[in-house]
Design a protein around this ligand. Structure first.
Ligand code: AMP
Ligand code: GLY
Length: 421
């Protein structure tokens, strides 16, 4: 089988790597891929952008692609799955009508209300003064969100009402014309990536991402600085509740609206100290870096799992099998990220880290001749497995110091919340 993977991050490297472990998969083509997918055996990069729909369709025909896996949210929200489906090209990833669950927070909030899915109390505003009045009435802390894809930059967790009001002005000036203002939730964040074929839905192992740049969860939000899976914060009884109250309730409402959702439904959850589950957000795709910890644990061939979603046979798929242990992924970033950073720094030490049984997923890298250089904010994700969580943590922090590039930064405390729990 020949599969096309759309995207260029660590998530897409992990998807391509896992697909190639399946005996059914001969070749993976990545559009556009990165320095990591360029060096994977039986993997080929094509220089086609994720929003070049015609180019993607042409590759599918020219290379006789069996099915397409879409990594990022932007092409899904733009309708890539619709475009490919119209050409009868099988695709993993929801159509535009489903991807809006990530692209519009106001839409997702309304869906959750209709479905009875537990989530933070909120208001949606198209008038900045009304948003400010709501903030004054509610008090702080409070959360202000732009109603669109903003690559993690459209959410402001405000400690004071002044800060929240300033956030309204800032987002309004940036051109966001719909804002969601939401109750601040306390607890631990858990990411549940669920497979959905439009008829049934089932979760992968739950994981915990670390969104902030600084040690101890401080500083600016990023795309994610590290993750471990599975997280004991979502044991089987919690996952059973998530299945019924979040995943099935959401699917039922999507179905009632006539939306045929085939792909990943990613539920970002907050679990309060007394065990109350609330949805912070939905995404329409695999998480990054969650995928780089969750997929290395998966033993069932990934092509079978994804095809079951595409072909609406998820209910018939036997239970997924998993490595009996933990995975930790630590992200190495460029100095300055999530702000401005330089590119083109030579990366060394990957083989030394790999000799310590680390799997290295490339995010912002590219090959310049023979040299591998940095090409983004999040550069690499270093993943290690362990029979236990502690063993996986020990392994990853033995491996990652071998990796180097000028300005390398990574958090040394991934998993710290679990240690405290
Ligand atoms: P979102 O894109 O909606 O997931 O928000 C990005 C991040 O902001 C989340 O991962 C949380 O860390 C934080 N956040 C969002 N909404 C809330 C909330 N209601 N209460 C507390 N933190 C939040
Ligand atoms: N790691 C967070 C996300 O993928 O949205």
């Amino acid at each position: 089988m020949k599969i096309l993977v759309i995207g260029s991050g660590g998530r897409e490297h992990a998807i391509a790597w896992k697909l190639l472990q399946s005996p059914n998969v001969d070749v993976v083509v990545c559009a556009p891929g990165n320095g990591g997918t360029a060096t994977l055996e039986n993997c080929e990069n094509v220089a086609i952008a994720v929003d070049d729909f015609e180019g993607i369709a042409k590759i599918c025909t020219d290379q006789t692609i069996d099915f397409v896996v879409v990594g990022p949210e932007v092409p899904l929200a733009m309708g890539l799955a619709d475009f490919l489906a119209e050409k009868s090209i099988p695709v993993f990833g929801p159509k535009k009508e489903g991807a809006i669950i990530e692209a519009s927070k106001a839409w997702a909030k309304a869906l959750m209300d209709e479905a009875g899915v537990p989530t933070a109390a909120s208001g949606t505003f198209t008038d900045p003064q009304a948003a400010k009045d709501y903030i004054q009435a509610q008090g702080a802390p409070i959360v202000v969100k732009a109603d669109s894809l903003a690559a993690g930059k459209g959410v402001i967790v405000a400690e004071t009402t002044d800060e929240a009001i300033a956030a309204v002005d800032k987002l309004w000036e940036q051109g966001y014309d719909t804002l969601v203002v939401e109750e601040f939730l306390i607890g631990q964040e858990v990411s549940v990536l669920a497979l959905c074929d439009g008829k049934s839905i089932r979760p992968l192992l739950p994981s915990q991402d670390h969104k902030q740049i600084g040690e101890g969860d401080t500083g600016e939000n990023t795309g994610g600085m590290g993750v471990y899976a599975p997280t004991p914060l979502a044991p089987p009884d919690v996952m059973a509740k998530v299945q019924v109250d979040v995943l099935e309730a959401t699917l039922k409402t999507l179905q009632a609206r006539g939306i045929d959702y085939r792909g990943i439904l990613y539920a970002g959850l907050m679990i309060s100290p007394d065990g109350v589950i609330k949805v912070l957000e939905f995404n329409c795709r695999f998480g990054d870096p969650e995928t780089q910890a969750v997929l290395p644990l998966l033993e069932t061939p990934l092509d079978k799992v994804l095809l079951a979603c595409v072909n609406q046979t998820l209910a018939e798929l036997p239970p997924l099998t998993w490595y009996d242990g933990s995975a930790v992924c630590v992200v190495a970033a460029s100095a300055g990220y999530p702000g401005a950073y330089e590119k083109g720094k030579v990366i060394t030490g990957l083989e030394a880290a790999e000799s310590l049984k680390a799997t290295i997923f490339h995010a912002g890298t590219k090959l310049e001749g023979e040299k591998l250089v940095t090409n983004g904010g999040r550069v690499l994700g270093v993943t290690c497995l362990g029979k236990t969580f502690d063993e996986a943590i020990t392994n990853v922090y033995q491996a990652i110091p071998n990796v180097n590039f000028e300005g390398i930064y990574y958090r040394s405390d991934i998993g710290h919340r679990l240690k405290k729990a």
